[in-house]
Design a protein around this ligand. Sequence first.
Ligand code: MG
Length: 255
Amino acid sequence: MKSLMKTGDNITIKSLEEIKILSDAGKILADIINALKSSLKAGITTKGIDQQAEQLIHQYNVQPAFKGYRGFPACACVSVNEQVVHGIPSQRVIRDGDIVSLDVGIIHRNYYADTAVTVPVGTIPSSWQNLLDVTYASLYKGIEQARVDQHLSDISHAIQRYVEDNHLSIVRDFVGHGIGRHLHEEPEIPNFGEPHQGPLLKAGMVFAIEPMVNLGTWHTRILEDGWTVVTQDGKPSAHFEHTIAITENGARILT
Ligand code: MG
């Protein structure tokens, strides 16, 4: 992992014009992810979900951000149950009782947007529903801290504290990131850490904030496919992500 946020000098500040493009990208991506959510049902394969994502990306006349990124073979990461992130779409069939994380990125007019949701299929145990609810709420706890003159790690700390107060564990091995002309820009945004550390936040910074939360241990491992991240103990994991812009009036959710 890169050394974290020494100065913040390399965090790009986007102009209002750039934020308009990023906002347009975010709106399109929100439509795409909502369409994928509403057609997610038991019986579909994870590859089938990716094919829908590819069709939607084509219909909206944007480009996939993940396909071909470091060799990733699909438009969507589809991660089921104990899979944390970076699941490769396959012939795996979604079943009643699964939770499915959908992570999609697009490029619109040379700017990137990135978002993720975890969706329950059919009936899931209440402990799994709580995992989804806490992960979703933790994203908003982080977003609340994305304000001018807060420190970067105030986002990280708010997410960790909320998750751990709810007796769940926050993944350490993968982090959020700056986003704009590139999918992954500085800074890295861990979902854990002490408050009041790292660079001061400024209007015009655009971040992808993305807590990954586990029901059991926070430790993860990568499968032999080189991509799929799973929990070490096989217990389920959830992931929610928004691309946000910091404005003088607080964070604006773009996706
Ligand atoms: Mg991301």
